[in-house]
Design a protein around this ligand. Sequence first.
Ligand SMILES: C[S@@+](CC[C@H](N)C(=O)[O-])C[C@H]1O[C@@H](n2cnc3c(N)ncnc32)[C@H](O)[C@@H]1O
Length: 239
Amino acid sequence: MQPDTRVRRIRSYVLRSGRLTTAQRRALDELWQTYGLTLPLPLPLAKSLDTRHGQQQVFGRAAPLHLEIGFGDGRALLHMAEQNPHCNFIGAEVHRPGVGRLLLQLEARQLTNVKVFCDDGLAVLSLGVAPRSLQAIYLYFPDPWAKKKHHKRRIVQPAFVELVASRLVGGGAFHFATDWQPYAEQALQCLEQSGQFENCAGANRFAPRRPARPVTKFERRGRHLGNPVWDMVMRRIGA
Ligand SMILES: C[S@@+](CC[C@H](N)C(=O)[O-])C[C@H]1O[C@@H](n2cnc3c(N)ncnc32)[C@H](O)[C@@H]1O
């Protein structure tokens, strides 16, 4: 199964070389086999309890499955995993130092409900997760690609929204936050126009910040500058 070509064309990131600390390098070398996942998986992760399906093999249990795309340094993912031990979490991030940091934290906290892809979240959604398997998808502060000529690099666009809808279970939620208003408005319009989601805040509205939503590293920086934030929670329509 190859990702839809329209999805493959979205280049939402630039691979920064970013220096790895000694600890992060060790984590990538030594902890990857415990926490890391590499595409292609023998089977895409599924919500099914069936032991032949990937989730049982990967986590040793089947549980409600959540995905964060572009987790940065991983602090939001860690927080969600600690607060929801009855759920399994996967994270996708292309920036190796961030992945290394998350691995170190997973080891320090002895968390067993998180697995990590150092890969494009679009490929993870397409190839690593079975249709109708995710309880929630989180996209917090995606790169805003502010210049008009770069808007095509924004991850939220119709092909992405279609993929997100296909991977969520009915009633599952797509969580989004950004501090870039034009991107927030575009994302809201794109999700509502897909006809696949119900906006939890009511049509054409942004959601109040949920107290349970963790503050991300990027958000913390923006707060110091007084940047407002737009939140969205869109529920997948259907059984
Ligand atoms: C502005 S940062 C925000 C990071 C984090 N969510 C936060 O709020 O602190 C955006 C992150 O998304 C990652 N990213 C962008 N496109 C991605 C993709 N297609 N798959 C995985 N990660 C991606 C980048 O590497 C970067 O770390």
